[in-house]
Design a protein around this ligand. Structure first.
Ligand code: NAD
Length: 469
């Protein structure tokens, strides 16, 4: 082992949590060492998650829009998919962005070490590079940002051939004729939509009675109207699996019946688990809780003064934007910035399907459970000029507003660009805005953003373009 070299701040993991922490810490004058197995920062999000999937979902949306245009008098032929070209375009997107992060890291004089880190003591770790060579270093402070990885199922072991995880699906090695997606959550719906657009007959088996457990049903209904999938099996679990030469034989156990179906491949998307294993945490002197997460305070500090943790390893929701925010807070705490604390009122969630589904703050389900005195106002997009002009009549915008104080407590949008609309509601909640703040803000016409203003108008009895019959 090489001579140990003491670092001011080491960050383990260069995903959206780790690199955001590293960049901010460096900007605040801290000498940063960032460790990750990839050649550049980016993590799962950029290499095998958010970014490649969004590139492919863009393609799916382009196809769907082109096909829809025949209703409006513009007919396109069924597109021909050149899967190799699609894969190479997706790779180019990933390369451009990860190399960009590499340059941003260099520009900040961050020491970037390619390899896997494992603690060997309270202030020491060793890094194993991709060739298996190890070197040691010591540190004053550390931020652990090692993210999460896909959960498998005992009856469905990922073999990367016929039983895929999201990474396999994003590799685009082939376009299967028939695919089963197990899990109707974020990944199942997003990647299922991608393959459906590429021409695969996609079926989904979801354990609960509907897609996206945790999201309000009226939002999910908007997505269901798009009928993206060939078959949907709710309240269904995979019982037995037989891998054959031609594909996979799966027996699906529903509430009432069990049926056997054949697919070319199965994509397993049943959740993610925090990467707190094989880190040598015992040498550091901390342990993960019973769910595998590291517990932290509102400064993202573990029970050890010099050890911080951010992102997926600190708990749900496992979202890149939550990780980045935590990273910046941890950097500020380490830099000694007074008052720095992780205290978001809301963390927006977005499912980038077509239509997109987005929500933040209190959901209707939660409002009922918690007996909240809220008024729920819903503005249907069939009443929005812009939505109708772009063929998005099924969309929906809603707000949950405290009946007494008129403060916005939650909101949701289902429809095109819902993900770009939800931050307005998130900002309103963060700022403690009332319904009148939203209704009195002049929103440009004709835009989908008006649906938020008009939802707020509904709280006071009537919106210009919608009257409940
Ligand atoms: P998820 O938690 O979103 O969905 C998993 C789904 O699988 C759930 O609906 C669950 O009921 C179902 N399920 C669990 N066990 C099952 C079984 N045995 N049979 C059938 N269904 C089963 O998980 P995911 O889709 O794997 O995504 C993981 C995480 O990644 C998400 O929680 C999210 O935080 C993150 N993610 C976010 C985005 C985004 O922000 N757009 C996109 C992809 C992933």
């Amino acid at each position: 082992m090489a001579k140990k070299d003491r670092k001011e701040l080491v960050i383990i993991g260069a995903g959206p949590g780790g690199y955001a922490a590293a960049f901010h810490a460096a900007d605040l004058g801290i000498k940063v060492t960032l460790i990750d197995p990839e050649v550049n920062p980016g993590g799962v999000c950029l290499y095998r998650g958010c970014i490649p999937s969004k590139a492919l979902l863009h393609l799916a949306k382009t196809k769907e829009e082109a096909m829809q245009a025949s209703k409006w008098g513009m007919k396109f032929e069924e597109p021909k998919i050149d899967i190799k070209k699609v894969a190479s375009w997706k790779e180019k997107v990933v390369k451009k962005l990860t190399e960009g992060l590499g340059q941003l890291s260099k520009a900040r004089n961050i020491e970037y070490i390619q390899g896997k880190a494992k603690f060997t003591g309270k202030n020491e770790l060793e890094v194993t590079d991709n060739k298996g060579k190890t070197s040691g270093l010591s540190f004053e402070k550390v931020i652990i940002a090692t993210g999460s990885s896909a959960v498998g199922l005992p009856e469905l072991e990922i073999d990367h051939e016929k039983i895929w995880d999201a990474t396999d699906a994003l590799e685009l090695k082939e376009i299967p004729k028939k695919m089963l997606v197990v899990g109707g959550g974020y990944i199942g719906l997003e990647l299922g939509s991608v393959y459906a657009a590429l021409g695969t007959k996609v079926s989904i088996a979801e354990m609960t009675p509907g897609f996206l457990p945790g999201a309000d049903r009226d939002l999910v209904k908007v997505f269901e109207k798009s009928e993206a999938f060939k078959n949907v099996f709710f309240e269904t679990k995979v019982e037995k699996v037989k891998i054959t030469k031609k594909g996979v034989k799966v027996s699906l156990k529903g509430k009432k019946e069990e049926q056997t179906k054949k697919f070319d491949c199965v994509l397993v998307a049943v959740g993610r688990k925090p990467n707190t294993q094989n880190l040598g945490l015992e040498k550091l002197g901390i342990a993960a809780n019973e769910n595998g997460f590291l517990e932290v305070d509102d400064r993202r500090r573990t029970k050890l003064e010099h050890v911080f943790a951010i992102g997926d390893i600190t708990g749900e929701p496992m979202l890149a934007h939550k990780a980045s925010h935590e990273g910046r807070i941890a950097a500020e705490v380490i830099a000694g910035k007074k008052g720095a604390a992780y205290d978001p009122k809301v963390i927006p969630a977005i499912v980038f399907t077509n239509p997109e589904l987005a929500w933040c703050g209190l959901t209707e389900e939660e409002a009922k459970e918690k007996n909240k005195n809220v008024k729920v106002v819903k503005f249907p997009w069939s009443a929005s000029g812009r939505a109708v002009a772009i063929g998005e009549n099924t969309g929906l915008t809603k707000l949950l507003i405290d009946k007494e104080t008129e403060v916005i407590l939650g909101g949701a949008v289902a429809g095109k660009n819902a993900g770009s609309l939800i931050p307005e509601i998130a900002l309103a909640i963060e700022m403690g805005s009332t319904a009148s703040d939203l209704s009195l803000t002049i929103h440009p016409h004709p835009t989908l953003s008006e649906t938020i203003m008009e939802s707020a108008e509904l709280f006071y009895g009537g919106a210009t373009h919608y009257k409940k019959s």
